[in-house]
Design a protein around this ligand. Sequence first.
Ligand code: SF4
Length: 356
Amino acid sequence: MSTSLDSIDAANTSDQPRRDWTRAEAEALYDLPFADLIFRAQGIHRRNFDPNHVETASLLSIKTGGCPEDCGYCSQSAHYETGVKATRLMDRSAVVATARRARDAGASRFCMAAAWRNPKDKDLDRVCEMVAAVKDLGMETCATLGMLTGDQARRLQQAGLDFYNHNVDTSPEFYGQIITTRTLQDRIDTLGHAREAGLKICCGGIVGMGEQVGDRLGMLMLLATLSVHPESVPINLWNEVKGVPVNDTAERPDPIALVRMIAVARISAADHQESADRSRYQLARPPRHDIQAGRRRARRGPNRGKCRASSRDLTLIRFEVGIVPKRTFGFADQPGTPETPVFIAFVTGWVLAIPA
Ligand code: SF4
């Protein structure tokens, strides 16, 4: 056994999540024989969660397009001609109605996303009202609004926000090739504000933009060495967007590479303690019907059939896999090919996130 694996096994006897992961350790895990890697990831998942239960979340873009940031993968950036029409911030009543439908369809978490560099205080007033109203529906609340000040994070927390999503996107080394209008440190500062305000953190990135395996592991190590690990780590597979710079560099990772990365995410920052959230998982509805419906629909082609899971579900299903320390998730972005997310789901457990 290599020195790096020896050190991992020695360190993992502790009950506490580790914050001292090294790139060499991540590489040693990534390079394990596939079955050995999956076995390790599965073991950690099973020690922390019921392996056969999932949580379902729903996402809503409450303010779309016209964003001043230049994230090279994003259809909503005003820097690129992508055909996305900028909209105003939605009305609270429309947001709440969508959240209620999502709840009634089985979602337990509702995420509100706005394409802003950072929220203006008058916009934040309205978002806080939405958060409070969605919370009153009995749902777990999440928001992604760009950079936050400490005061804004506190206001969101006081309004009832549970999670703040703010991704680091990629490794520190590759970051500058993807975004220039916001530094990685800006993002880490916002994560700090959210954490200090008592919010849980949802933070991950995107793969398939042209980064190397080392960049994917570098991103994981950035997260695994934060002073407190994110409760959710979204691992998104880049979904082709015409008109953005990433189109010129994108390279789709093969499914096995994606599974390896998610397994490393699970292992490298796993919470070794029994999750306080476990009961919530047990209340969650398994996604079996959605998946089976999606498969049937995929066989018949998009826009046909009467299954509840639409072709859009297949293109945008987000699944949380692994625990960093609680969960990670990613996109299944290929219509008619749900096999990869389903497979990954069995690696480490997942949460479905369906666009509202
Ligand atoms: S900040 Fe968000 S909405 Fe704006 S360009 Fe970047 S990813 Fe897109």
